[in-house]
Design a protein around this ligand. Structure first.
Ligand SMILES: [Zn+2]
Length: 281
């Protein structure tokens, strides 16, 4: 059992918009990182990027203005449903999609998996209903099967609360609020002692976590974060997960981190699923 990573196209924006403490006019290229987790009973995606139709015709959806604003560069084959075929999987193999949050660049691709169960934090779901921010994708509310969780489980990996997705300790959902109200970091148990933590946009870049905590927030954070103080706390927790618990941190939009990740089944990181029971047939 294993985990590998793909990106659903790329986005880009000027460094002075995205980087904490400012930056130059140069463009920062960003992946939309999706984790593909293989389990005995099927695939789990962490985030889903953009859908087939969005990748084929972004001018129509998400539309010209957002395509320009996000510096979105997608081709038809960039949808994760298409990429799974090239990896030797079928889109029907996807049983679960965990949303780190419900922004359009993270959940659009879920539309291509109508039989999968989408998992989302209750607080994130409620925030989407309120539609207080334009970056939410209200179509997430139309997904056929959505399971919502609350962070009622014990502290884990430096986070104050968690939710054990499958009840077997292999996938822990961590309360990483800040970027959005229900932002979630997804910890996957790797073979041996380690963890992989997909941070979603709780940290867009590894430097968000590793930089001096006093660095001022980015323009992007000022414009879009639900709570900058909460986001700073989450940065500290992700830092602790990395330094004290040895977790491999995967921010959703860090191109350098993404390039060093496994992208094929041959390279995939082995996971620990010894406690997973085989499904009854
Ligand atoms: Zn994002």
């Amino acid at each position: 059992m294993s985990v590998l990573f793909r990106t659903s196209g790329t986005m880009q924006a000027p460094a002075f918009v995205l980087r904490r403490g400012g930056g130059g006019l140069g463009a920062v290229r960003m992946p939309a990182t999706i984790a593909v987790i293989e389990r005995p009973d099927g695939l789990v995606l962490v985030d889903a990027g953009w859908s087939r139709s969005q990748c084929a015709w972004p001018e129509r959806d998400p539309g010209r203005a957002k395509t320009l604003f996000l510096g979105l560069d997608v081709k038809p084959e960039d949808a994760i449903a298409s990429q799974l075929l090239s990896l030797g999987y079928s889109p029907g193999d996807v049983k679960h999609i965990v949303a780190t949050h419900l922004h359009i660049d993270h959940i659009g691709g879920a539309a291509d998996f109508p039989k999968a169960t989408v998992h989302c934090a209750e607080t994130e779901w409620a925030a989407t209903w309120r539609r207080g921010r334009p970056s939410y994708d209200p179509r997430a509310l139309d997904l056929p099967t959505v399971q919502r969780w609350s962070f009622t489980g014990p502290a884990a990996l430096g986070f104050g609360a968690s939710h054990d997705l499958f009840g077997d300790g292999t996938v822990l959902l961590l309360d990483a609020r800040g970027h959005t109200e229900g932002s979630t970091a997804v910890a996957v148990k790797l073979a041996g002692e380690g963890w992989m933590v997909h941070a979603g946009d709780a940290a867009m870049f590894a430097d968000d976590v590793r930089d001096d905590a006093s660095k001022p927030p980015s323009l992007y954070m000022r414009a879009l974060s639900w709570s900058i103080p909460a986001q700073r706390e989450t940065y500290a927790r992700l830092d602790a997960a990395e330094r004290e618990h040895g977790a491999r941190l995967v921010p959703a939009h860090d191109w350098d981190v993404y390039n060093a990740l496994p992208h094929t089944r041959e390279e995939a990181w082995p996971c620990a699923w010894t406690r997973v029971k085989k499904p009854k047939r």
